[in-house]
Design a binder for this molecule. Structure first.
Ligand code: NDP
Length: 445
């Protein structure tokens, strides 16, 4: 690592000692930026990295709401507006009991580079709360969302900051949040993405992250003389990203044999029946273990990390951060995995990533591979501004073009600055260069 990047990382660790996920993301990014930092001594003079690692603004707030028994509950809300050099802040809202400032900062930091890679004018941000939607009634979720937006509305806007979904935030939550924003401000504007189709949502947004992941992995495989055709695929998670990754991988000729949730995983050697999964997860909001009731030839195993012991050609982690550790990565490699595509954000630990790269596994890092969701959110913003709706095919074609474009940029940056095939370095460098240029142009204060 360059002396400058190392010094900034040391300061960041001292200042944010308890934020382990943020430190993990920053370590990977700053380590891989060395060749760029070495080439641009003016960055140090301008304090560019010190500014880059510090969010422009952090908003933390109380979210009080009343449950179905009439009891007052209090959660903590966050919005981290990390970087607006290339556009309004953009990034999802996560509702999960594990949410804390470190997780929101790591997600916001990654989002800066991801959004830059899309080629669209969007800055980086992220938010959420430690509220757990699981087991709550629709009314309780609505009360929470309304209270959350009652504070958040003052900090966002169609040209200021445009949140979207993430873990625990789907169409239902976006609807409640949008309704409250409109009620308070009187504005009918594209302030959130992932909206329902009757009130400004974009066709193909629901599918975008999972489809985009497969478009990226397909481009990576093809550049290396392979494809999805005839491959066995394991996908973790069974939420928005996992479901549509499963659909597109299957369309591209692969057989997906496993899915999971935070309790366990199902293995279906005949190939996952996606109609069953959609009914369970999108309609009935049930657990993945119910899959074996509808498909008795499949098996269910308790515990989610065991999914990585299933032999496969391609692994697509689509659940959450740090779900593949070093031991799981070694098992996947020993079982012959050829490619890994990160649908979730930072699903591989730093040690796991090294295992894959050392073993010559094709490795598609999250900030490039899962950028299809935010890219399509930016297309939703464009449609809102133009008061137009594109067809599913139009949006899907744009998404495919964007993902292939991201792969080309990442591949080229890896060749120019790092090692051919090191898509982790390629993604960080390609994403950073545009943001750095904009930050330099806009001055230091
Ligand atoms: P969903 O809430 O729709 O689904 C999340 C899935 O992951 C569920 O199956 C959930 O299981 C599982 N999961 C969540 N937390 C854990 C955990 N701690 N351990 C094991 N499994 C877990 O979320 P999304 O599909 O939208 O998001 C999945 C990942 O993709 C996240 O990392 C997100 O940041 C990333 N992402 C999402 C985008 C989007 O457009 N939605 C865009 C880019 C990235 P359970 O039901 O048991 O909680």
């Amino acid at each position: 690592m360059s002396n400058y990047a190392q010094r900034v990382l040391d300061e960041l660790k001292a200042r944010n000692a308890h934020e382990k996920e943020f430190i993990q993301a920053a370590t990977e990014i700053l380590t891989t930026l060395k060749p760029v930092i070495d080439k641009h001594p003016e960055f140090e003079k301008a304090g560019l990295l010190e500014r880059f690692v510090e969010p422009e603004r952090i908003i933390m707030f109380r979210v009080p709401w009343v449950d179905d028994n009439g009891n007052v509950q209090v959660n903590r809300g966050y919005r981290v507006q990390f970087n607006s050099a290339i556009g309004p802040y953009k990034g999802g809202l996560r509702l999960h009991p594990s949410v804390n400032l470190s997780i929101i900062k790591f997600l916001g930091f990654e989002q800066i580079l991801k959004n830059s890679l899309t080629g669209l004018p969007i800055g980086g941000g992220k938010g959420g709360s430690d509220f757990d939607p699981k087991g709550k009634s629709d009314t309780e979720v609505m009360h929470f969302c309304q209270s959350f937006m009652t504070e958040l509305y003052r900090h966002i806007g169609a040209d200021v900051d445009v949140p979207a979904g993430d873990i625990g935030v789907g169409a239902r939550e976006i609807g409640y949040l949008y309704g409250q924003y409109k009620r308070i401000t009187g504005l009918y504007e594209g302030v959130l993405t992932g909206k329902g189709l009757t009130y400004g949502g974009s066709l193909a947004r629901k599918e975008a992250t999972g489809f985009g992941l497969c478009y990226f992995v397909d481009a990576m495989l093809k550049a290396n003389g392979s494809s999805f055709e005839g491959k066995t695929v394991v996908i973790s998670g069974s939420g928005n990203v996992a479901i549509y990754a499963c659909q597109k991988a299957t369309q591209l000729g692969a057989k997906v044999v496993a899915l999971s949730d935070s309790n366990g995983y199902v293995y279906d050697p005949n190939g996952i029946n996606l109609d069953v999964v959609k009914q369970l997860k999108e309609v009935e909001r049930k657990r993945i273990k119910e899959y074996v009731t509808a498909v008795p030839t499949a098996t269910y195993t308790e515990g989610c990390s065991g999914i990585w012991t299933i032999p496969c050609d391609i692994a697509l982690p689509c659940a959450t951060q740090n779900e593949i550790d070093e031991a799981s990565a070694k098992t996947l490699v020993a079982n012959g995995v050829k490619a890994v595509g990160e649908g979730a954000n930072m699903p591989s630990t730093l040690e796991a990533t090294k295992v894959f790269q050392d073993a010559g596994v094709l490795f598609a890092p999250a900030k490039a591979a899962n950028a299809g969701g935010v890219a399509t959110s930016a297309l939703e913003m464009s449609q809102n501004s133009m008061r137009l709706s594109w067809t599913f095919e139009e949006v899907d074609a744009k998404l495919k073009g964007i993902m292939e474009g991201i792969f080309a940029k990442v591949d080229e940056a890896a060749k120019e600055y790092a090692t051919e095939g090191d898509y982790v370095a390629g993604a960080n460098i390609a994403g950073f260069l545009k943001v750095a240029d904009a930050m330099m142009a806009q001055g230091a204060v």
